[in-house]
Design a protein around this ligand. Structure first.
Ligand code: TXA
Ligand code: MG
Length: 351
């Protein structure tokens, strides 16, 4: 399949629903094709959420397990009435405060969408993205758009159009290239079917930010203790892993360097994921810089590109610094731990 690429203006992102590239990309969506597009979190792989055929093409292109439901993207919260039964008061407050933005709400569903979107669940996940290109495309198509992250299943989510091309060129009808996404980690998924809302996946909006608006919120047990079964089907799958095994090291750069030295003595090629502040403190075969640890938002923005860079040359062993689990740090550590298959060593245990 030929994958059409539409480049939209990266400087003036205020692209309109009437611009020619957007109209053409929207016409593909209306025909039931699958089109990747930028959101403020990661690139999404969109299709008409009302059409079984279109939604099935998403699962096929990604190689996604069919029991993992998709997020529906809308441009106007009025569209919720079409496929959501009721919206609790706290969810209404979250909508008013955080939409458009990186927050997905899980709500009781009504018929109206393809059943493949919800993978047989009685609930549906919905969000209104904050990216002007995503909003323009949603408005031009006049459709609710089901869209998972636009990566092959298991790979890091795409934060650049080139990541989408690496994974899906030839497998999808088109890609709208709107430059780098911004937030860099996916939306926060909140289950709004309980009296007290539950964060199923930490993401672009932090628990602290949510609590400031509606008070008590809790984490799904699986986020704090990985041995517990997650409530969100997608959280049980291995994700984001680079080709070489990755270990997170929670300690000083000197402590991390001692792990690198041991591998080097065994003739291994070693990569390290670090930050602007510490980049000169390591000797390794590949040093990848992922934002500033003094500003965790910059780490989130570069994390998936950094994980993909590890695969650009042959490396045997990878190490990453650890990050504080506050604000977006909770999402960063959730994704890094998945990428590392939960291998983490703490300096405090050696002291
Ligand atoms: O930022 C994002 O959320 C991106 C952009 C493209 O919007 N999308 C994204 O979609 O990350 P995906 O499919 O990669 O992740 C969706 C997550 C999965 O963990 C899935 O299991 C969960 O949301 N999910 C979807 N519907 C659900 C439901 N009804 N109940 C519980 N979890 C649900
Ligand atoms: Mg994903």
């Amino acid at each position: 399949m030929d994958t059409k690429i539409w480049v939209v203006d990266r400087v003036d992102k205020n692209v309109a629903a009437t611009s020619p590239q957007i109209i053409e990309a929207a016409s593909y969506l209306k025909k039931g094709e699958v089109v990747a597009f930028p959101t403020e979190t990661v690139y999404g792989l969109g299709a008409n959420a009302r059409s079984d055929d279109a939604v099935l093409k998403i699962y096929e292109a990604k190689g996604r397990p069919s029991d993992n439901p998709l997020i529906v993207h809308i441009a106007d919260s009025k569209q919720l009435q079409e496929f959501v039964q009721e919206i609790p008061d706290y969810a209404q407050k979250l909508i008013e405060h955080f939409w458009p933005g990186p927050l997905t709400l899980v709500l009781p569903k009504k018929n109206g969408l393809s059943t493949y979107v919800t993978a047989g669940l009685e609930t549906v996940a919905v969000r209104m993205p904050a990216h002007p290109v995503a909003l323009a495309l949603l408005k031009a198509s006049q459709l609710p758009i089901a869209a998972p992250s636009a990566n092959l299943s298991g790979k890091p989510s795409p934060t650049l159009a080139k990541h989408v091309e690496q994974d899906l060129k030839g497998r999808i009808a088109g890609i709208v290239d709107g430059g780098p996404t911004g937030v860099g980690v996916e939306s926060t998924v909140v289950d709004c079917t309980e009296e007290i809302p539950v964060i199923l996946r930490p993401g672009g909006v932090s628990k602290e930010e949510i609590e400031a608006i509606i008070g008590q919120v809790c984490y799904d047990q699986n986020i704090l203790d990985e041995s517990q079964k997650p409530k969100s089907p997608g959280m049980k799958y291995t994700h984001y892993a680079p080709d070489a095994p990755l270990t997170i090291v929670d300690g000083s750069p000197e402590f991390l360097q001692s792990f690198i030295n041991r591998e080097k003595r065994n003739g291994k090629r070693v990569g390290v994921l670090t930050t602007e502040e510490n980049k000169d403190k390591y000797e390794a075969d590949r040093i990848i810089i992922c934002g500033k640890r003094s500003d965790l938002k910059t780490v989130a923005a570069h994390l998936y590109d950094a994980l993909r860079k590890f695969n650009e040359e042959p490396l045997d062993v990878l190490f990453s610094e650890s990050f504080p689990r506050e604000g977006v740090g909770q999402a960063i550590m959730n994704r890094l731990l998945k990428a590392a298959g939960h291998k983490i060593v703490a300096q405090s245990r050696f002291e």
